[in-house]
Ligand binder design. Structure first.
Ligand code: SF4
Length: 481
C-alpha cells in the first residue's frame, strides 16, 4: 500500500459526510477565480476529494479541476488562466460515482443552442437510473458513474435558447436532493430543489457583484454580505445586471436536512435566520435538561461536539473543559478503512489529556453516533487516561436509517442504533451511561422551525427511496408487531 493511501486509511473517520460545496460569483472587474478559490476554501468541510473552478469572460468557458483539497487542486498558474467575470466552483465528496478525476466537478457539456455549460451539484439524485436508461435510449454514452453526468446530459438534451427555459423543462424530471450551479458564457444560475434539502444562499459584494453559495461562511470569507436564502424550487440568475429570481418548480413541502443544523454546515454559518453555533449550543442545553448526569466536568468530541458541550455545561452548571485534543492536521477523508487501521486513525486524531481526566466523572458530548466504532474507542481511551466514569451524551436522536439525499450512509446494517435499544448501544460502546437528545428537544433547540427532513432518525423519507429499503422497513415492522 502506498504512503498516501495508507495515510488516507489511517485518517478516515466514520462521520456522515456531506457531498459537496458550491460557490458561484458574478463580479466584473474582480479576480473571480481567486474569490472562488477562497470561497471553496471556506467550504472545504463539505468535500475534500476534488475541487474545480470554471470561469467565463462572456465569450468562452475555461476550467480547471483536480483531485485533493482546494489548496492541492490549484496553484497560482492555474488560477491565473481562469479569466473572466463569472465563475463557479465546487468541492466534492462522492456518494455516487467513484473517487476519480473524471467524476470531479464542474462537468462541462455542449448544449446545441447554449454552447458550453458548466455544471456543479450538491446533493444526490434518487432517480438517476431511470434518467440514465432514458438518455441511453436516446444514444447518450456515459463516461462516468456520477449522477451529475446524468443531470448534465439531461440538460444538454433539453431544447431551449435560454438557460432558464432549458432548466424549467429539465429539472422537474429530477428526484432527490440538488443544489445546482450552471455557467454559460454569459450567465450563472443557482437552483435549489423543491424540497430545499441542501442549503443555498445569495450574497452581495460591497462594490457590486453577487454570489450564490452553499453556506454563509463562504460569504463572510470573501467579504460579501448575506442577502437571502434561495427558496426551494427557485432559480436565481446572475450575469445580466441585477440578480433575476424565478420560481422554476412548485414547492408544496419543505424538507431541509436536519443534519445541516446538527453537524454538516459550519458552526459560523447561518441557516433559516439562525446561527448554527447557537442552535448547537441550544441542543446541548436541551440535552442537559433531558439527560442530566452526576459529573465533575463536561468535555466534547472536538470540534463538532463542542458547541453542544458548551451548552450542556451552561445548563447543568458542570464546568466545561478540554479533555481530548484533536490533531489540526487530520482531515475528513474518503476511503473506508478496515477495523485495524480505523483504530490507529482514531488514536492519531484524538489524544486524551490525562491531567484533566484522571479520577474524574466525565460527561462526553458528541453531535451524533453513526457506526459507533469511534465512540467505543474514545470511551476506551478516556478510561485508559484514568477517567472514573464516562456519561456519553449525544446532541441528536439515534440515527436508524440511511440517507439517500447526499450523505454516505448506504445501509441500515452500518448504523449502530439501527434495530438496537439505547441500552444495547450503551453496552456496545462501553459507556457508564448513554443518552440521546429527543426529537422534541431537537425541535426546541432549532426554535421549532418546521419543514425538516428527519429521515435518518425516523425513516420518513421526503422522496421515493430504493425498494430494498422499503422491504427492510416492512420486515422490521413485521418483526415489531
Ligand atoms: S436523511 Fe438525515 S442526513 Fe439525509 S437529508 Fe435527511 S436529515 Fe439529512
Amino acid at each position: 500500500m502506498g504512503d498516501a493511501i495508507l495515510m488516507r486509511h489511517l485518517m478516515a473517520d466514520e462521520r456522515m459526510h456531506e457531498e459537496c460545496g458550491l460557490f458561484g460569483i458574478d463580479a466584473p472587474g474582480e479576480d473571480v477565480a481567486n474569490l472562488t478559490y477562497f470561497g471553496l476554501y471556506a467550504l472545504q468541510h463539505r468535500g475534500q476529494e476534488s475541487a474545480g473552478i470554471a470561469t467565463s469572460d462572456g465569450q468562452a468557458l475555461r476550467m480547471h479541476k483536480d483531485m485533493g483539497l482546494v489548496a492541492q487542486a490549484f496553484d497560482a498558474e492555474a488560477l491565473e488562466r481562469l479569466t473572466g467575470h463569472l465563475a463557479l466552483g465546487h468541492t466534492r465528496y462522492s456518494t455516487t460515482g467513484s473517487n476519480r478525476l473524471e467524476n470531479a466537478q464542474p462537468i462541462v457539456v455542449e448544449h446545441p443552442q447554449l454552447g458550453s455549460v458548466a455544471i456543479a451539484h450538491n446533493g444526490n439524485l434518487t432517480n438517476t437510473q431511470l434518467l440514465r436508461d432514458d438518455l441511453e435510449h436516446q444514444g447518450v454514452r456515459f463516461k462516468t458513474s456520477s449522477d451529475t453526468e446524468v443531470l448534465a446530459e439531461l440538460v444538454a438534451h433539453t431544447g431551449g435558447d435560454d438557460i432558464l427555459s432549458v432548466l424549467r423543462r429539465a429539472l422537474p424530471r429530477l428526484q432527490g436532493a440538488y443544489c445546482l450551479l450552471f455557467l454559460t458564457k454569459d450567465a450563472l444560475v443557482g437552483v435549489r430543489d423543491p424540497l430545499g434539502i441542501r442549503p443555498l444562499c445569495l450574497g452581495r459584494l460591497p462594490d457590486g457583484g453577487a454570489i450564490i453559495t452553499s453556506e454563509t461562511c463562504a460569504l463572510d470569507t470573501v467579504g460579501a454580505e448575506f442577502v437571502r436564502e434561495i427558496e426551494p424550487g427557485e432559480a436565481v440568475m446572475l450575469g445580466r445586471g441585477e440578480p433575476v429570481a424565478q420560481q422554476l418548480m412548485p414547492s408544496p413541502r419543505k424538507a431541509m436536512c436536519m443534519f445541516e443544523f446538527i453537524y454538516f454546515a459550519r458552526p459560523d454559518s447561518h441557516l433559516q435566520g439562525q446561527s448554527l453555533y447557537e442552535a448547537r449550543r441550544n441542543m446541548g442545553r436541551e440535552l442537559a435538561r433531558e439527560a442530566p448526569a452526576d459529573a465533575d466536568i463536561v468535555i466534547s468530541l472536538p470540534d463538532s461536539g463542542t458547541p453542544a458541550a458548551v451548552g450542556f455545561a451552561e445548563a447543568s452548571g458542570i464546568p466545561y473543559s478540554e479533555g481530548l485534543i484533536k490533531s489540526r492536521y487530520i482531515t475528513r477523508t474518503f476511503i473506508q478503512p478496515n477495523e485495524r487501521l480505523r483504530n490507529i486513525g482514531i488514536k492519531l486524531k484524538f489524544n486524551p489529556l490525562r491531567e484533566i481526566l484522571e479520577g474524574k466523572r466525565v460527561v462526553l458530548v458528541d453531535d451524533s453516533i453513526v457506526r459507533g466504532t469511534t465512540s467505543r474507542k474514545i470511551v476506551e481511551e478516556l478510561r485508559r487516561a484514568g477517567t472514573k466514569t464516562v456519561h456519553f451524551r449525544v446532541s441528536s436522536p439515534p440515527i436508524q436509517w440511511p440517507c439517500f439525499m447526499g450523505i454516505d450512509i448506504a445501509s441500515r446494517s452500518e448504523l449502530i442504533a439501527s434495530g438496537r435499544s439505547v441500552e444495547e448501544v450503551e453496552h456496545l460502546i462501553g459507556a457508564d451511561s448513554l443518552k440521546y437528545l429527543s426529537k422534541a428537544g431537537l425541535f426546541r433547540a432549532v426554535k421549532n422551525v418546521s419543514g425538516f427532513c428527519m429521515a435518518c432518525f425516523d425513516g420518513d423519507y421526503p422522496v421515493p427511496v430504493p425498494v430494498q429499503l422499503e422491504m427492510d422497513k416492512l420486515a422490521l415492522e413485521t418483526v415489531a408487531r
